[in-house]
Design a protein around this ligand. Structure first.
Ligand code: IPD
Ligand code: CA
Ligand code: CA
Length: 271
């Protein structure tokens, strides 16, 4: 069995476990602040994925949100980047609209991406160079859009921050409309399926975007940081994701005018 087929089976089994455990009890703890939550289900899901990958592929490295491999900086070999529950606040408050996300990299290059929308039982997946799929349905290449005809994904909390608000508000005003799903992984695959034309945020961790961006690449989506540079899987990034023409419009008409805000943001990203 290939690593791709193994990962596909594993993420679905992990999702089935989530459905089982959440019927029993969800224990909630806070992390960095009262709105930064983690549950027993996040921890159990990461442990389940790590244990199974280690058993089958003892040489693979794993970076997981809930504590595994945060010191890894070596690109050699195979690295799994895992978010056991992306959209924990949705998981806690809504018991839906969350995903398990896995990105697999070979010598630092994308190999395969998986985003599993657990409650809807929809698996988005892609192997580099072989196209992207929604369950077994191939996804078409995404279409070009202009901002004024686009629905974009952005968390409204960013609009309340003075400098970031100055940068993001004109984008929201120019767009046809905006949405916030509360799961970066689901927002990125929404761009890959054409449901959103773009998704942007000043700060994401590698596990939030690794799986989704590999899927997005296969349908000709463009992902970069707010300076237009590549995303790193070893540190926090600012992120803008869109169809290529909208990505260019956003960079040229909007983000290029806010270089000092973006530079300051990047200085603070990993502190
Ligand atoms: C969060 C979600 C959310 C995004 C945050 C992430 P988590 O991940 O993806 O949509 O706005 O930046 O931290 O904590 O639910 O895994
Ligand atoms: Ca996440
Ligand atoms: Ca998470």
């Amino acid at each position: 069995m290939s690593v791709y087929e193994f990962a596909k089976g594993l993420i679905i089994e992990a999702g089935n476990n989530v459905k089982k455990i959440m019927k029993e009890d969800i224990n909630i703890e806070t992390k960095s602040n009262p709105n930064d939550l983690v549950t027993n289900v996040d921890k159990a899901t990461e442990a389940y994925i790590v244990e199974n990958v280690n058993k089958t592929y003892p040489n693979h490295s794993i970076i997981g949100e809930e504590g595994h491999g945060h010191d890894i900086t070596n690109v050699e070999g195979i690295t799994w980047v895992v978010d056991p529950i992306d959209g924990t606040l949705n998981f806690v408050h809504q018991q839906e609209n969350f995903a398990i996300s896995i990105g697999i990299f070979q010598d630092g290059q994308p190999y395969a991406g998986f985003v599993y929308d657990v409650m809807n039982d929809v698996l988005y997946h892609a192997k580099r160079g072989e196209g992207a799929f929604e369950n077994e349905q191939p996804l078409p290449q995404i279409e070009a859009t202009q901002l004024h005809r686009s629905i974009i994904g952005i968390n409204p909390n960013w609009l309340t921050k003075p400098k970031l608000g100055e940068m993001f508000k004109p984008i929201v005003e120019s767009a046809r409309s905006s949405r916030a799903y509360g799961s970066a992984a689901l927002e990125i695959v929404a761009v890959a399926t054409g449901k959103l034309a773009a998704y942007m945020t000043p700060r994401l961790q590698p596990w939030d975007f690794a799986g989704g961006v590999i899927i997005l690449n296969e349908v000709n989506g463009k992902a970069s940081n707010l300076k237009g540079g590549d995303l790193s899987i070893y540190q926090a990034n600012s992120v803008v994701i869109a169809n290529p023409s909208l990505h260019e419009e956003l960079m040229q008409q909007h983000f290029s005018k806010h270089q000092s805000t973006i530079n300051l943001l990047h200085e603070r990203l990993n502190n």
